[in-house]
Design a protein around this ligand. Structure first.
Ligand code: AMP
Ligand code: GLY
Length: 427
């Protein structure tokens, strides 16, 4: 069968690497792919912000299955368009993807269905913000409602700062585009956990829990990034907690979406804060996480293709998701300057362009590419997050030791990475 994978980051490399392990998959087209994916798939250049380009490609390729990686194509309605053309596609429709693409929708949805989340107020004007702020103590969280690539959340220490932040969101100064809706939110404390559940419109099946490291610097210092590393272990959640979250958050979300006639099919990635009051939802994402996926696929024993098929065919009920016991992790090597301005085109040394082509034993280090490109046969940097060096092992310490040993042999000008991924679990 032929599979089209939309996207070109470390997450998509990990999905493709995983798909390759199913013998039924005979051909993969990646759009746009990257320098590492090129060793596993045919790369076809598309702009993932351009719905027409993606639909046209699918219409030409006629894949047996399309997997949509990033959030923007989901929010643009790529799944709806492919379904209209009778193509099999993994991911939520545009309406269902609102759980991620509109924080205003997600917050109101959680309120309607009694899903635990922070208190909030939805504001459409600055006057609204001023009035509603009186209900909140500081710190208070100010969120842009729409997709903001991780830049739409600001924790404010005074009401004045919150007002100023909201004003900058409405005017477009902060994010480049003017927001029409801003959400004020109660500040929660606790440890953050990412919870991944496969949803077929009726059932939510837990896959794995992971922990991301969003700040650029060690000890969680410095500005937010797309994620500098992640790990997944069974110890992140007790079996009882995992069951509680599955039942009271994931399954409730699936049932709520079905009852509102926007059934959710795809991966529900629940960003949780483990507060003293219990787990509360910080945000929903309607896709796999990046870099969490690079760690999770190394633990996944059930073929990822089975996950996709069970979702589309609504047979998640009879799906058994097996995870390798132990731990897995991924550490991001980033370009100098990231998450701010960075240069591209830097020569990467220390790895073969097609290293991840090997159907590596899952114990080995696997290097997933994020922002890389092939230039005159050489591998060069082509993004902020460049490589996701990943491994699974019996325990987290061993997985991380393997990763950092391998990382030390890789270099490109300006390369930086965090040396403390997994610190919460190891302390
Ligand atoms: P989000 O994009 O909504 O996940 O927010 C990005 C990050 O902001 C989260 O990973 C949290 O670290 C932080 N955050 C978001 N909402 C809250 C909240 N209500 N209280 C405390 N921190 C939050
Ligand atoms: N790692 C966070 C995300 O994928 O949004």
């Amino acid at each position: 069968m032929k599979v089209l994978v939309i996207g070109g980051g470390g997450r998509e490399h990990a999905i493709i690497w995983s798909l390759k392990q199913s013998p039924e998959v005979t051909e993969i087209v990646a759009a746009p792919g990257n320098g590492g994916i090129a060793a596993l798939a045919r790369c076809s250049p598309v702009d993932t912000n351009n719905l027409h380009q993606m639909v046209n490609l699918a219409a030409i390729e006629r894949p047996d299955l399309t997997v949509v990686g990033p959030e923007v194509p989901l929010a643009l309605g790529l799944v709806d368009e492919l379904q209209k053309r009778k193509l099999r596609v993994f991911g939520p429709t545009r309406d269902a993807a609102q759980l991620e693409s509109s924080k205003a929708f997600a917050k109101a949805f959680m309120q309607r269905h009694q899903i635990p989340t922070a208190e909030h107020a939805l504001c459409t004007t600055l006057d609204d913000v001023r009035t509603q702020l009186a209900r909140f103590t500081v710190p208070v969280v100010v969120k842009a409602s729409g997709l903001a690539a991780g830049k739409g959340v600001v924790i404010c220490n005074t009401h004045l700062e919150a007002e100023r932040t909201a004003a900058e969101m409405f005017s477009g100064v902060l994010l480049g585009t003017a927001e029409t809706e801003v959400v004020l939110e109660e500040f929660l404390t606790g440890e953050e956990v990412s919870f991944f559940a496969l949803c077929d419109g009726r059932r939510a099946i837990p896959i794995a829990a992971a922990q991301d490291h969003k700040r650029v610097g060690e000890g969680d210092a410095g500005p937010n990034t797309g994620g500098m590393g992640a790990y997944s272990t069974d110890g992140l959640l007790t079996p009882a907690m995992r069951q509680w979250i599955t039942h009271n958050i994931a399954q409730k979300t699936v049932e709520g979406m079905a009852s509102e006639r926007t059934p959710f099919k795809g991966i529900l990635f629940i960003g949780l804060m483990m507060t003293p009051r219990g787990p509360m939802v910080l945000e929903f994402n309607t896709r796999w996480g990046d870099p969490e996926t690079e760690a999770i696929v190394l633990r996944l024993e059930t073929p990822i293709l089975d996950l996709f098929n069970a979702t589309i065919d609504q047979t998640a009920d009879s799906l058994v998701v097996r995870l390798k016991p132990g731990a897995s992790a991924t550490v991001i090597a980033a370009s100098g300057g990231y998450p701010g301005k960075y240069a591209s085109g830097k020569l990467i040394t220390g790895l073969e362009p097609n290293e991840a082509q090997n159907e590596a034993d899952k114990e080995d280090v696997v290097i997933f590419h994020a922002g890389t490109a092939l230039k005159d046969g050489n591998l060069v940097t082509a993004g902020g997050r460049v490589l996701a060096v990943s491994a699974a092992a019996d325990d987290l310490r061993t997985a991380l030791d393997r990763i950092y040993t391998r990382m030390a042999t890789i270099s490109f000008e300006g390369m930086h990475y965090r040396r403390d991924i997994g610190w919460r679990a190891l302390k």
